[in-house]
Design a protein. Structure first.
Length: 308
């Protein structure tokens, strides 16, 4: 069985995990722990636990088909003092971490509960804070603040700098046949993983085929005005120079997005610029017709199957 590693966070990573698992891969998810918004942020501040939200979504994506616990893990309280906004799965993972005194052990137990096919790994077990510098030279602190900034981001780093990787992450990258980066927020979901000590180095050294799935649409502020070439260059500037083999982009020449949606331009001129950096490009219609800011899961999966 071929081994696949998917790296990221947010809503894009679970889509890739489902595709890879359904395609017969032995799947490992490497998930950012920089999230500090919403339920995850509250639990970080109140309990000192690493953010469980992105981990939870990946566990559910890889759960045994028909698992009755999947819906339970995703249940979100709509009311109740202290409960409103929390996903039950986040609370379960936080409780397991408190009981075991170990976040990685909590993930393993939650994986057993859900019958997860594959592994879900935090990129680090260190409590980290994401720091961005925007194009005005201003410093923005915290993942949620970076994600909601109205000014485009130029670079990001973590505090503390270069935290140690969770060792199974580096092993998974070194032994993988294919690694998929994204889709997901460039600076707040993908890059926090690359800033972990050893991760970018492992990606540059692995024999695995590395596929970058570029977003269909830009996020207001964070990546405003950035085309697919700009996304690739940003990854290279954060440790992946010479690492990416293939970029998967939405072909804006063939399938322009709906009016009002800020597309990540992936037309012929942009693709040529990416290819000039020694990176192959697969350009096709990937947008979800009902939610044009996101990938259509079936179209993305078909593209990945053809490459992986």
């Amino acid at each position: 069985m071929k081994r696949a590693v998917a790296i990221g966070g947010g809503t894009g990573l679970p889509v890739v995990l489902k595709c890879l698992a359904a395609s017969g891969f032995d799947v490992t998810a490497v998930v950012t722990v920089a999230d500090d918004g919403g339920s995850s942020g509250s639990l970080r501040r109140e309990l000192g636990v690493l953010p469980p939200g992105d981990i939870r979504n990946c566990l559910v994506a890889l759960a045994a088909p028909g698992s009755p616990l999947s819906d339970l893990f995703q249940y979100r309280f709509a009311a109740g003092e202290g409960l409103k906004g929390h996903a039950l799965g986040n609370l379960i993972i936080a409780a397991l971490a408190d009981m075991r005194g170990d976040f990685s052990a909590a993930i393993e137990e939650a994986s057993e509960l859900l019958g997860v096919r594959g592994r879900v790994l935090p990129s680090t077990l260190t409590d980290v804070v994401l720091i961005a510098e925007d194009e005005n030279g201003e410093r923005v602190t915290g993942q949620a603040n970076v994600a909601h900034s109205s000014v485009p981001v130029c670079s990001v780093h973590l505090e503390p700098a270069a935290p140690p990787a969770y060792p199974p992450v580096l092993e998974a990258i070194h032994t993988a046949d294919v690694v998929v980066l994204g889709p997901g927020s460039l600076y707040t979901s993908i890059m926090p993983n690359l800033l972990i000590e050893g991760v970018a180095e492992a990606l540059r050294a692995t024999a695995a085929r590395i596929i970058y799935v570029c977003n269909v649409a830009n996020l207001r502020g964070e990546t405003s005005g950035l085309d697919a070439y700009g996304h690739v260059r940003a990854l290279e500037e954060h440790g992946l120079l010479g690492a990416i083999d293939i970029a998967v982009v939405h072909d804006t020449d063939v399938a322009p997005l709906a009016q009002g949606v800020s597309a990540v331009e992936g037309g012929a001129v942009v693709r040529e610029a990416i290819e000039a950096r020694g990176i192959a490009v697969l350009a096709t219609d990937l947008a979800d017709k009902l939610s044009p800011m996101h990938h259509d899961p079936a179209l993305l999966c078909a593209a990945l199957r053809g490459l992986a």
